[in-house]
Write a protein that binds this ligand. Structure first.
Ligand SMILES: CC(C)(COP(=O)(O)OP(=O)(O)OC[C@H]1O[C@@H](n2cnc3c(N)ncnc32)[C@H](O)[C@@H]1OP(=O)(O)O)[C@@H](O)C(=O)NCCC(=O)NCCS
Length: 213
């Protein structure tokens, strides 16, 4: 008897084949132009702010603090990028360095094939190995929950802005997290300089704030 795969399982197999041929590595200076193009395409509604933010945040990276990863396909093209930068948690006993994941972008023609997931998983693994206690982000819970992120407010963390929907303010606790590490997330100045914190009324998602979600 012949076995017929459903269209869905054929697509899933193709996606997983594709991502197996994609390498994740640290970004190099020769990748900067390609990374800008990724974000220009991925954040088509507001690319300039995101590109300027990446360029500014990149300057904050040091060998110990922060991580910039790219995905490179079998032909050597950069198809995805994620940036983790160090920010502060204003905890009662002292300030704690934490990481913020922002931005994450994948070239539109290869979205949905696991590229973003590989970047996030590899980044979290590297940061956990470096002893980072937790990673925060603003994003869709439907996407990020699969990597261990959950609403940060449920863990008692306070948002850096009330314009961030509660459900979108998420944290992933890593092994070095300790119970005394509570408090308010304080964003690096670059996020404010580029006005890329939370939502503004012109954003169609502004409604999420008044919904209390
Ligand atoms: C979001 C993004 C990074 C995901 O990368 P990707 O390589 O396409 O994602 P993956 O292939 O790893 O995962 C695909 C899954 O993510 C889901 N997904 C993708 N974008 C999503 C979003 N914005 N919200 C919720 N789920 C999303 C897909 O539905 C799919 O779900 P499934 O596995 O249940 O079928 C990519 O779509 C992108 O660059 N989008 C534009 C920029 C953006 O919104 N960045 C995130 C800002 S926080």
């Amino acid at each position: 008897m012949r076995h017929f795969q459903s269209a869905n399982s054929v697509a899933l197999a193709a996606a997983s084949r594709y991502v197996r041929g994609v390498l994740v590595r640290e970004e190099r200076s020769t990748d900067h132009a390609a990374v800008r193009e990724i974000h220009r395409a991925a954040f088509a509604s507001h690319p300039d702010g995101v590109i300027r933010l990446v360029d500014a945040l990149r300057r904050s990276l040091t060998a110990e603090l922060g991580l910039s990863l790219v995905s490179v396909d079998g032909e050597g093209s950069v198809v995805g990028h994620v940036l983790f930068t160090h920010n502060l948690l204003d905890a009662p006993p002292r300030l704690v360095y934490v990481q913020v994941l922002s931005p994450l972008g994948v070239r539109p023609d290869v979205q949905g094939r696991g590229v973003g997931s590989e970047l996030v998983r590899k980044g979290l693994r590297a940061l956990a190995d470096d002893g980072v206690p937790m990673v925060f982000l603003e994003g869709s819970p439907a996407y990020y929950s699969r990597f261990g992120f959950s609403p940060a407010g449920d863990h008692g963390y306070r948002r850096p802005s009330l314009r961030i929907p509660k459900a979108g303010f998420q944290v992933c606790l890593l092994p070095k997290h300790a119970s005394w590490m509570t408090g308010t997330l304080v964003y690096r100045h670059e996020f404010w300089d580029h006005d890329l914190v939370g939502l503004r009324p012109a954003d169609p998602r502004w409604q999420l704030l008044t919904d209390g979600s």
